[in-house]
Design a protein around this ligand. Structure first.
Ligand SMILES: Cc1cc2nc3c(=O)[nH]c(=O)nc-3n(C[C@H](O)[C@H](O)[C@H](O)COP(=O)(O)OP(=O)(O)OC[C@H]3O[C@@H](n4cnc5c(N)ncnc54)[C@H](O)[C@@H]3O)c2cc1C
Length: 595
């Protein structure tokens, strides 16, 4: 595998075909003073302003959500990506990630915040005309104006482009919008909506629509499983007259707005989930230290240590992957010639480039937070099942993360699908690498290189092997199914799982290597977390690869592939019991996440 030129790393999926130098990877250990300050601001805001009023939020006092949005605005939290001339504070994407992590302290408010910052402000910043930006951004960024995003309809959720809402063009250039949007966050109180409709029933287009325009109304609040402090309603559009200059982007190009907003939305949702995982680790660690059974704190039982250790490992891999991706997006923006452009183009291009990583963040984040909440609830025993203790609420609130911003099924199909499209366009040398690997596999002397003896060398070698497994499965799938591969959803979903494990495990190893090189005080715990992450990933990858290969080949071909798979994944088992125990003890001693 070629050593990474910086050119390859700043490409989406570049990590798959090249080696990465740990020194080039952004990690939480590299946060600067500005990042730390925004983190402190966001944490203080959540602890001081939001957590004390959760009960009122859950009683649907929507004026309170609006008040909190204004406070967020006054602290600069809504405009981290927005240029100062529109009221923003124009920080980097790492700052955005940090804010998203902190806002996750309260899931309902995080949804209100996300609908405003990610789903309304962002599309206007990236696709709005100068006039639209001047009209809408200052109010939205200050929180004076509340926003919402109307893409889904009762008949079209995953199939968003199948929307039935119509925008009939009038002789004076205006449009008449009619239809009904469904499940709209902030729907009960937003002033401004991004609404997707088909111009003349055909051309999918985004519009900026104001509540005050005649014909716009909210339907009844949905009675939801969780997120009771977040408004979710239908938005009804009854012959709404919308001026010509309300088109956002271009007529017929609404999909560009929708998909690019989703790209960043998915990344930020991954960040929010990562923040949620840390809260659950903290609650679980404190409870396990305080709760005694058999005259012993339950934290000292091996079964509980296993849970605390594994929660920490999974968060370490997720968090490492999130910061690595944010760093890549930043590098990509910095490499854009006109990077100072205030029109949002550099950001748009970077988000398109890392759409695969954004989908990975969404799937891994939402599944890691659900796993951690489940274990937190289990550690709380019977108390975990009752309302007075936090896990019960987390359990209900978090479930939707696997549904919105594109369901995890859809994102799993997108992950390999988008990578293969890049390969077909010649943007990623996947085919060449798969062909070279195929020749290697057929050779009985195929062997994996020896470790160089450096820190986590065996784990890094294993990550190299994971990438070869991706190439083997993807190459076989492309040969077997050709253009019909998109119909083979099970194969694509397994491939997505292998890719998710590969990217996150490698991110964990790179971070732990950087921690060792930087002589971080807890570098040994970084290594424990990375080792367990790789060890567990190897097992899951082997199962996923065996399932896919057996679905695509049989006889001698399958035998050869399975033997190659065994040779590739010959990972020496590590004493993960000991490592998880060390991590759990450190988490309990600290009373929370340790990295
Ligand atoms: C609390 C909440 C807030 C929301 N906020 C917003 C918002 O602010 N704005 C907005 O526009 N929308 C919002 N949504 C809507 C959300 O984005 C959709 O619910 C989501 O996209 C899924 O669509 P659906 O519900 O129609 O499910 P469906 O698309 O009907 O999916 C049902 C199941 O089928 C699977 N499926 C569908 N298509 C395929 C396929 N091709 N291949 C394989 N499996 C498939 C899905 O993965 C899922 O498991 C919100 C939803 C909720 C619950």
């Amino acid at each position: 595998m070629a050593s990474v030129a910086s050119e390859q790393t700043v490409k989406g999926g570049g990590w798959l075909v090249a080696e990465t130098d740990p020194a080039t990877v952004f990690t939480p250990e590299k946060l600067n003073d500005e990042h730390k300050l925004i983190r402190q601001t966001a944490q203080e805001f959540m602890k001081g302003e939001v957590l004390p009023v959760v009960e009122r939020l859950e009683k649907k006092e929507w004026s309170l959500n609006r008040e909190l949005l204004k406070k967020c605005g006054s602290l600069g939290l809504l405009g981290t990506n927005i240029p100062e001339e529109y009221g923003g504070v124009d920080l980097d994407k790492i700052a955005t990630l940090i804010v998203s992590e902190c806002i996750a302290m309260q899931a309902s408010f995080a949804t209100t915040f996300g609908a405003q910052a990610n789903l309304t402000i962002l599309p206007i910043h990236m696709f709005g005309t100068e006039q639209q930006k001047k009209t809408y951004l200052p109010g939205l960024v200050s929180g004076e104006v509340a926003g919402a995003y109307g893409l889904s309809e009762s008949g079209s959720g995953s199939d968003a482009l199948g929307a039935k809402t119509r925008a009939m063009k009038q002789a004076d250039g205006s449009f008449i919008l009619s239809g009904e949007k469904m499940w709209i966050s902030n729907g009960g109180f937003a002033d401004v909506f991004i609404i997707f409709a088909k111009v003349d029933g055909e051309h999918f287009t985004a519009f900026i629509v104001e509540r005050k325009w005649p014909g716009v109304s909210s339907g009844k609040e949905e009675h939801k499983l969780g997120l009771h402090g977040s408004s979710t309603t239908p938005i009804i559009l009854q012959d709404v007259k919308v001026p010509a200059d309300a088109v956002l982007g271009e007529i017929g190009k609404g999909h560009k707005v929708a998909f690019n907003v989703l790209n960043f939305g998915r990344f930020k949702l991954g960040a929010m989930c990562s923040g949620g995982v840390k809260i659950n680790i903290e609650e679980a660690a404190k409870y396990a230290a305080a709760r005694k059974q058999f005259n012993t704190p339950i934290a000292s039982f091996g079964a509980i240590k296993h849970k605390l250790g594994e929660m920490t490992v999974r968060e370490y891999a997720l968090e490492s992957m999130m910061y690595r991706t944010a760093g890549l997006i930043e590098q990509r923006i910095a490499a854009t010639p006109d990077k100072k452009a205030n029109d949002g183009t550099p950001m748009l291009l970077a988000l398109e480039e890392f759409a695969v990583e954004a989908s990975i963040a969404k799937v891994l984040g939402s599944e890691t937070v659900d796993y951690t909440i489940d274990e937190n609830l289990q550690i709380h025993g019977g108390n975990g099942f009752v309302h007075e203790y936090p896990p019960e609420g987390h359990y209900r609130d978090a479930r939707v993360n696997r549904i919105f911003e594109g369901t995890n099924e859809i994102n799993r199909l997108l992950i390999p699908g988008m990578l293969m499209k890049k390969a077909m366009k010649g943007e990623l040398p996947l085919m060449q690498a798969a062909k070279a690997l195929q020749d290697e596999i057929m050779s009985p002397s195929m062997s994996m290189p020896d470790d160089d003896g450096g820190v986590l060398a065996a784990e890094m070698r294993a990550c190299g092997a994971f990438k070869k497994v991706v190439l083997m499965v993807a190459g076989t799938a492309m040969q077997r199914y050709g253009t019909k591969l998109e119909q083979e959803q099970e194969v694509l979903s397994f491939l997505a799982d292998i890719l998710i494990d590969t990217y996150s495990a490698e991110s964990a190893v790179l971070r732990a290597q950087a921690a060792a090189a930087g002589k971080q005080p807890n570098a040994d715990l970084h290594q424990d977390a990375a080792r367990v992450a790789v060890n567990e990933a190897a097992g899951r990858i082997e199962i996923a690869a065996r399932n896919t290969l057996a679905a695509m080949a049989d006889g001698d071909v399958l035998r050869t592939q399975l033997s190659a798979l065994r040779r590739l994944l010959k990972v020496t088992p590590a004493n993960t019991v000991e490592m998880r125990r060390r991590l759990a003890d450190a988490v309990v001693a600290r009373g929370g996440y340790i990295f």
